[in-house]
Ligand binder design. Sequence first.
Ligand SMILES: [Zn+2]
Length: 293
Amino acid sequence: MAIIKYGLQPGLMLGTLTLWYYNPESLWVYPLIAIGAQIFLGVLEYLYPARRDWLQPPSYKLALSFVFIGLFIFSVTCVVPLYMAYLNPLLDQTRLTLGINIWPEHWPLLTQVFLAFFLSEFIWYWFHRAEHRWQWFWRLSGHGAHHAFKKLGAINAGTNHPLELLLVLSLPSAIVELVFGAGMAVVGSTLLVITTASIAHSNLDLNTKVVGWLFTTNQYHIHHHSVVHAESNTNFGCAAILWDRVFGTFSKGLTLETGVAPREPSLWQIFLMPVLEPDDIQTAPLSKDKTAQ
Ligand SMILES: [Zn+2]
């Protein structure tokens, strides 16, 4: 459908920003956007899937949502006190000592949001690239769990190992807030990252032109989920593709198969991946060496 192909990504990104911009103090707006985008994309995937063989029963998606939303809530309740106790005072003090007070507070709020968005995505780009570069970081962050799925959908934006939520995924926005004191702009940019990352995992036929110059589209991100090692080592930006273009890791092309191995590990195996990886894993950093042996 042309309206989905050309209008969905810009429309949903614009809708997210508009809803937040006019209700930034309303707590209901945050779950509404995060969960609403998932339900909206899930229904569209069911009606107009790009790959019919990737369709999952709603009960499977619901079960996956409960498991990972539960883990997300658990991680957040752990991570917020940790950040407040250790990271916040450290970065606050650094900012005061160095006299860093460069955040353009006088700019229009939406311009600040896009600045915070591209800055946090810059930090995420290097964290993510490091996860794919070093085996110890791949294991420690549990990033393999996110790559384990053979059938992708918008729901996979949230299927991350709790270790990754704790150690990596929350850091980019927190660093932008704490280093620059970006305030509300970080809240808006985090919502935009959540919406864009959900679209980037969706099983829909979407256009990559124009919007794909700066933002990650699902064609680019699904390529990153390829089971082929060389293909998974590209397109590290989950919401902004700009940094891949700048640092030479951008690629596009057909993705035949996703996952970390020829078969999908069970949910238990996925959670155990930081300590025990499947024997047939192909996309971990050392996999090239393994296959060469
Ligand atoms: Zn990755």
